[in-house]
Design a protein around this ligand. Structure first.
Ligand code: HEM
Length: 294
């Protein structure tokens, strides 16, 4: 973890089995450091734990803010994993892609578990700090938008809220115009000899991915083949991801319904009705529809 040499103990001493003090007690951790601790230098914990600035006096706002920040961090890790997977597929390196996708499913499970503290808010509890949020809404999360773009849910208009933030805008613009994770999956399958339609392979990656009957036939053929085939393992890893994203959307929807009923959202949408429509969208659509034909 440390970039700096440990102050007192050489690394090979750290694995000594006889790390026992003269009193016969196990050696305690080091206490003396020149500057900040190596833990702080790596984790930046003092930055992370001082980024909480509630906008109301309500004691319940802290967990709303921290849960949102925790979810932002999970979005960041998951985007990183899907980038790794997309890059590996581009290089025909399926094991690396599968490993990154598998890691992302554990991370998605942790992300989804983070709903727990917000899943039972009453309208009264939420109202206690809701007005302090002003027009702020998770809809304006740039990292969540990158995550959606990687799934193929592209939309140029989703860049508009970020015009005032050059770094986020540039990252989103790049994510909009480069192929999504699913685009890379389909290109990979085509290179493996599967009949992915040319129109899908040549599609404009900046546009929302639309389900294609030719792609559905590809997954149908793959799933009709031997169960241990590599493409099935890829299909199942993606299905796992799709299901967990769908669960995040639905847990968000239910938490919102409990906390604010059918009121309009702080971001200006119809609220639950708008989220319901979003939650019905299938991630990697043909992976679901192909199942009816196997
Ligand atoms: C119980 C608390 C919450 C309520 C009542 C709530 C409510 C809403 C509503 C009504 C929307 C629709 C847009 C709008 O008009 O604002 C929305 C969107 C969104 N919220 Fe939440 N939210 C909650 C917690 C969270 C948390 C903790 C996150 C984590 C970052 C989050 C992330 C998002 C995202 C990413 C969207 C956009 C979804 C999309 O584009 O499909 N929300 N939320």
């Amino acid at each position: 973890m440390s970039q700096q040499p440990a102050p007192k103990t050489a690394p090979d001493e750290a694995v000594r089995e006889d790390a026992i003090t003269s009193d016969g007690e196990p050696e305690a951790p080091h206490l003396d450091f020149q500057g900040t601790t190596p833990y702080e230098d790596y984790v930046r914990a003092s930055v992370l734990t001082h980024l909480q600035h509630p906008l109301s006096d309500d004691p319940g706002e802290m967990v709303f803010l921290v849960t949102t920040q925790v979810m932002e961090l999970w979005f960041t890790v998951i985007v990183h994993e899907w980038h790794t997977a997309a890059q590996a597929l581009r290089e025909d390196d399926l094991p690396t892609a599968l490993e990154a996708l598998r890691r992302s499913t554990y991370e998605l499970e942790s992300l989804n578990a983070s709903w727990k503290p917000l899943a039972h808010l009453t309208p009264g509890q939420f109202n206690a700090y809701r007005s302090a949020l002003g027009d702020g809404s998770g809809f304006q999360s740039a990292m969540y938008r990158r995550l959606e773009f990687l799934l193929g849910e592209k939309s140029a208009s989703m860049l508009v809220p970020h015009r005032g933030a050059p770094r986020e805008y540039a990252e989103l613009e790049k994510a909009l115009t480069e192929p999504s994770l699913y685009d890379e999956v389909l290109r990979f399958l085509a290179r493996r000899g599967h009949a992915v339609p040319a129109a899908v392979l040549d599609r404009d990656p900046a546009r929302r991915y639309e389900p294609d009957p030719g792609v559905e036939r590809v997954w149908q053929e793959i799933y009709s083949g031997p169960r241990e085939d590599e493409p099935i393992r890829l299909g199942e890893a993606l299905t796992e991801v799709a299901e967990l994203v769908w669960r995040w959307r639905n847990d968000h929807l239910v938490a919102t319904r409990r906390a604010m009923g059918a009121k309009t959202g702080t971001g200006g949408s119809a609220g639950v009705a708008w989220l319901e429509k979003r939650a019905t969208k299938n991630v990697f659509p043909e992976l679901w529809t192909a199942r009816s034909h196997v």
